[in-house]
Write a new protein. Structure first.
Length: 385
């Protein structure tokens, strides 16, 4: 029989590795242009099959990673979420899912095709490289909601908006919340934090975002500490408690956080992002994490949330990361409906969080995740004060 540690590792790491209604388009239901003759088997230039669903005069293009590539499960999960939202909110809209690479040249061809077919909206791409490629294209003729966030704050074409589940955004929100909670307790000194990350690029991006936000708020923080496991060394334990931090930020998965949690004193508030979440519906229990606070989306920890209850549950077999992308697909389509209506400022109670948008302020959809705390071994939503 596998050990509990092995079971934890399988459950936590088995997921996908690692964001104009009035201008109804009369040609939306026309078939896509004829595909060229099939290329030889295995040729990456071979035309990809397209999925179409819905009836109406408004065409929405959904750009997905290739099903034969590394993001195949991400593509399937996102598509399922868009279908779920369309099934409830998609009257009059036809969605056409198109598999593409995230390179600017291929993206340009697909965007030009959708423009010529009078598409009203484009959702995607879902990768960070794809979001960057859209910026590289420059002028974009169709309102487009990229489902990832670019690095930095580059100049953005007027019809391009970004929405995603970036871990950096969560880390900055954690820094703001945690700083406000410990500021009074710190008295006249600057609130102290320690940040611990693992080797994963995603985890490190979250840790760097937390550190930068904490320092900008006026807090004190030393260089980030990297945990290489499987157990914290004596030196690492000393760095975590000397001097005693007000806040410890663990940018890592639940299993690594479980190992480190015991090395932190009870007087330290321990925080993480959704990286450390196993979702409230998990059959796994990690009581060692009780008291750890984090951010999570309503879809995974608020089953009684009206927005969550409004949409079909995920298909059987979806792990936590696939559920996140399913929820992303739901909110992407809901945001798309607002954009189709010509809205340039709105708020939504999303299944991924509270969503805010004001085009005059930013081309990014702001997502405010739910505060949660591990209780009885699983994350539970906290009631706002």
């Amino acid at each position: 029989m596998p050990s509990r540690r092995a079971v934890v590792r399988v459950v936590l790491l088995g997921g996908v590795a690692a964001p104009l209604w009035v201008r109804a388009q009369g040609r939306a239901n026309e078939p896509a242009p004829a595909a060229p003759p099939p290329a030889p088997p295995g040729d990456p230039s071979a035309p990809r099959p397209r999925v179409r669903f819905g009836e109406g005069n408004v065409l929405v293009g959904l750009l997905l990673p290739r099903q034969d590539g590394p993001f195949s499960r991400a593509a399937a999960s996102l598509l399922a979420g868009v279908r779920a939202a369309h099934g409830r909110d998609g009257a009059g809209v036809v969605v056409e899912a198109i598999e593409i690479d995230d390179q600017a040249d291929e993206l340009a061809v697909v965007m030009a095709e959708l423009r010529d077919r009078n598409a009203a909206l484009v959702l995607g791409p879902v990768t960070r490289n794809g979001a960057a490629a859209l910026i590289e294209l420059g002028g974009i003729a169709i309102p487009t909601l990229a489902l990832n966030l670019p690095d930095g704050n580059p100049p953005v074409p007027a019809r391009l908006t970004f929405f995603g589940l970036a871990i950096e955004t969560e880390a900055r929100q954690v820094a703001s919340i945690a700083f406000a909670q410990v500021r009074d307790r710190a008295g006249t000194r600057r609130p102290r934090a320690v940040g611990v990350t693992v080797a994963s690029p995603l985890a490190r991006r979250g840790a760097v975002a937390f550190r930068d936000a904490w320092l900008s708020l006026g807090g004190e923080m030393r260089e980030l500490v990297e945990f290489t496991g499987p157990r914290p060394s004596r030196d690492l334990r000393a760095r975590l408690v000397q001097p005693v931090p007000d806040v410890a930020f663990l940018s890592m998965g639940a299993e690594q956080a479980r190992v480190l949690r015991g090395a932190l004193g009870a007087e330290t508030a321990v925080w993480s992002t959704s990286l450390a979440s196993i979702g409230s519906g998990s059959t796994l229990r990690l009581p060692e994490l009780d008291g750890l606070r984090l951010l999570e989306m309503p879809w995974l920890i608020e089953p009684d949330n009206p927005a969550v209850m409004a949409y079909a549950k995920v298909p059987t077999g979806y792990n936590v990361e696939m559920q996140r992308l399913y929820a992303l697909g739901i909110d992407a389509f809901r945001i798309g409906r607002q954009m189709l209506a010509g809205d340039t400022a709105f708020e939504l109670d999303g299944v991924t969080g509270r969503l805010r948008y004001d085009r005059t302020a930013s081309p990014r959809i702001e997502r405010l995740a739910v505060q949660a705390e591990y209780r009885a071994g699983v994350p539970a939503a906290l009631t706002p004060p």
